[in-house]
Design a protein around this ligand. Structure first.
Ligand code: SAH
Length: 249
């Protein structure tokens, strides 16, 4: 009778046990990678569905690559890591939220950021949007008004190796005059009006993306372009829902 060799059986058992553990308890990295890929697929399909609003038929390859790379689960509270790749906003404490991945992608795409650009973000929050921008731009400056959030995001971005992001705790309404002018400016909280200091800190030829409106009324994502002669053109992109821009202005 052909009896299986004991050594082979042992190896088979070890292989079986290994595979069982891989599938039953996927190492966090492997599970997150697959989840991130399906999040990007959802973002791409949202972008295709809203192309008539955004005026662009597809997200730029640089934006897609940044979304594929940045590990969103590192930017949400540990208790929410398992849902980090849902295409939706999530709470990050202090009554604030990390934006929906599709909105992050759309806003980044609208700014048409080039390698080497200097970019300002108002509302660091978790630091996720800053990380996405940092994958594409030369230098990212980001301001957060809630001190613990700003400090935590600064440490997080540093520990993840982002050397081209500068963080600041303060009121972003007034921008960052010492680092101005910027090629692009993004506001990730809803403002009642476009902050004049930010318009001043935008380079001619630059682009600003800002949600306008109040907390309880429809807000619209606006794209503002500063022409070479300094005149401004404004495009209303689509309705959105952001936490309010606070501060003393
Ligand atoms: N971009 C963030 C999410 C933004 S939520 C991310 O990727 O996670 C909006 C953030 O804007 C909040 O953290 C809020 O505290 C901050 N904020 C509101 N008003 C601000 C102001 N005047 N200056 C700077 N940050 C502000």
């Amino acid at each position: 009778m052909n009896r299986p060799n004991n050594k082979i059986m042992k190896h088979r058992f070890a292989l079986g046990a290994f595979l069982f553990f891989c599938f039953a308890f996927p190492s966090q990295g492997v599970g997150f990678d697959a989840a991130r890929r399906s999040m990007v697929d959802e973002v791409l399909s949202d972008a295709a569905e809203t192309s008539s609003y955004s005026g662009s038929s597809a997200l730029s390859p640089a934006v897609v690559a940044a979304l594929e790379k940045v590990e969103r689960h590192r930017f949400v509270p540990a208790t929410l890591a398992s849902v980090a790749y849902l295409n939706r906003p999530l709470p990050i404490g202090h009554g604030q939220t990390i934006s929906q991945p599709f909105i992050v992608a759309l806003m980044t795409d609208l700014m048409k950021v080039n390698k080497g650009d200097r970019v300002l973000e108002i509302g660091t929050g978790s630091g996720y949007q800053a990380a996405v921008l940092a994958e594409i731009a030369g230098a990212v400056y980001t301001i957060e008004i809630i001190e613990p959030l700003g400090k935590e995001a600064g440490e997080r971005l540093k520990s993840l190796g982002y050397r081209n992001v500068e963080t600041l705790v303060g009121d972003g309404y007034y921008g960052w005059p010492d680092a101005a002018p910027f090629d692009a400016i993004m506001v990730t909280a809803a403002a009642s009006h476009v902050p004049p200091p930010l318009l001043k800190q935008l380079k001619p030829g630059g682009r600003m993306v800002v949600p306008l409106g109040t907390q309880f009324m429809t807000q619209y994502l606006m794209l503002i372009e500063k022409q070479q002669d300094g005149t401004l053109t404004t495009h209303q992109i689509l309705p959105v829902r952001f936490v309010p821009l606070t501060g003393g202005h």
